[in-house]
Write a protein that binds this ligand. Sequence first.
Ligand code: SF4
Length: 451
Amino acid sequence: MKKLFIKTYGCQMNFYDSDHMSNLLKDSGYTVSEEVKEADLVILNTCHIRDKAAEKVYSDLGRIKKVYENNHLRKPIIAVTGCVAQAEGKEITKRSPWVDLVVGPQAYTDLPKLIEKIKQKPDHKQINLKFPEVPKFDLLNFKSKKSKVSDFITIQEGCDKFCSFCVVPFTRGPEYSRSKKSILEEIKIMAKKGVKEVVLLGQNVNAWKDSSDEKKHFSLGSLIQEIADIDTILSIRYTTSHPLDMDLDLIKAHKYVDKLMPYLHLPIQSGSDKILRKMNRRHTTNQYLKIIELVKRYREDIAISSDFIIGHPDETEDDHKKTLAVIDEVKFSSSYSFVYSERPGTKSSELNNNVDDKTKKKRLYEIQKRLSYFQLDFNRKMENLIFPILITDKNKNNQLVGRSPYNQSVYINEHNLPTKYNNVELIGKMMNIKIEVANQNSLLGTLIDYA
Ligand code: SF4
């Protein structure tokens, strides 16, 4: 067998893609290796969302070159895939001529073919950034892909929203909803392999719609209901949602579908309407708050998390205070916050980046302090409560691991287990866990019984 070293950057969707890439390449004789030194094929599956993403990829490419040169090894085939591949294209092979393949996120099902071409003509770089006519999902082999107790499945890709700071519409293309048939087929196969929880992924996951029946409105809420009808799937989560695509079907699913976890990740980015306009978010703070109010009317205890960009061009102290006020109002259970940094080619990058680094850092500190306060407060409310939690893994400290319904990481010490659980395989089981201690980023619990 030949060896494949694959490094994945960024989001869960990239990890899902990487799993499918390794699975596709299994048929061409590649097994995954953790060692770049022994690789016949190296794939960097890249992400463009963070600052200086492309530069990080170039420096990793330089390091890989040194590994085989310094060790006098045969040069492996080197491929760059994912969003940096889509954004940089040919530039990658110009700056790093030892790269053989550049393949966009929609074209990776072509990898086996492209690798064969490289083997035949090593000097002909292969670049495929196309958006294929046959959706890649129709070409994937779900049956042989490895599965975990809690596993991801991409149901939607791309974005039509064009937020002015974001590159996703350029790298992942326009919004595309995978067919309901293909999604259910993959989930049923996953369920047979022991998957108990599915996490539905999409750049705008709640923009998903089934277009196979024009007359019937079939949105994410109804899809979730159909997934819940699969007996052995015990838990359903989804991410990431856009405020513009929150419809009543999905909101109601949080009340009526027991298997849907009470957690919603709904980015707002800023609490200032002026900045939201500059970001082209196409919603106001008030509209966002109204959605949260409606969601809570259907599911009072739902945990809400968000994303924040701090120091977007033209953000004043007053705009910053408005963001703090939204945090105070919603009391997010967790959130991601980053200082603004420009992405080449976006509208925001044409604006004068006029918030200096010191101010950005100060504002980020204030935002994170407030977010951390509410996160710990939310976590503490869990103490002494008992939840059904799916045990997904065991960590290196020998603790069982799972996620609370509200998406908090939960660790269970083995020594707390009642003796009747000695030698019982608990991974994959839904267990009642009593939360004993709430920390900033996780909960510690004791196993009570089967849920
Ligand atoms: S909604 Fe905005 S931030 Fe999200 S992927 Fe689309 S353009 Fe990017």
